[in-house]
Design a protein around this ligand. Structure first.
Ligand code: PLP
Length: 175
């Protein structure tokens, strides 16, 4: 069996594109502020995570430009190995201070933050109860950690009860 057959046979995106309904991978030819340029047209942007408008803020751009001169265009490795630079630590100290916490860890995307943290917390033998509406990254993080994941509305009522009991601390389970 051709392992790529499922990709060749999957026609939904082509059908959606032909109907003018495919919303993904449309290139912007501008920065993504409250307005963006898409296929030569100015459009309103509702999908961005740049809620505070920091991406295009003059001070942020200036600082990024200074960093580019000093560090180049990449960290050339993962944070774990050779990709941590002093700016990461400076940022994490600032974030920790802002939230009045002893330490902070930054990730490149929200998805990675969920994978990195939840997979570390929900290990083998742990049970994660999740609402079906949570972001996919939270479920992926729990699965990556080999935790047992029960999703409301998808997990059956009987197994949801089993999950709930397994998730309670041992002392409470006997009550
Ligand atoms: C709760 C939650 N987790 C993760 C993400 C994914 O973030 P990113 O697009 O930065 O990977 C989002 C995105 O909106 C989110 O709302």
């Amino acid at each position: 069996m051709d392992i790529f057959a499922k990709a060749y046979d999957y026609q939904v995106p082509r059908q959606a594109a032909a109907a003018g309904l495919y919303p993904y991978f449309i290139p912007l030819s501008s920065g993504a502020g409250p307005e963006a340029v898409m296929a030569g047209r100015r459009v309103l942007m509702f999908g961005s995570n740049d809620y505070l408008g920091l991406t295009g803020h003059p001070e942020v751009k200036q600082a990024a430009s200074r960093a580019l001169e000093v560090y180049g265009t990449s960290c050339t490795g993962s944070r774990l190995v050779n990709g941590t630079i002093d700016l990461h630590l400076e940022l994490e100290e600032a974030v920790a201070g802002f939230f009045r916490r002893p330490a902070a860890l930054v990730f490149t995307t929200g998805y990675q933050a969920a994978l990195g943290t939840i997979s570390a917390l929900a290990g083998l033998g742990d049970t994660v109860l999740a609402d079906r509406g949570v972001h996919a990254s939270l479920l992926e993080g729990a699965r990556l950690g080999h935790g047992r994941v029960c999703v409301s509305g998808i997990t059956t009522w009987v197994s949801w009860n089993g999950c709930w009991r397994a998730a309670r601390p041992a002392a409470a389970r006997s009550s």
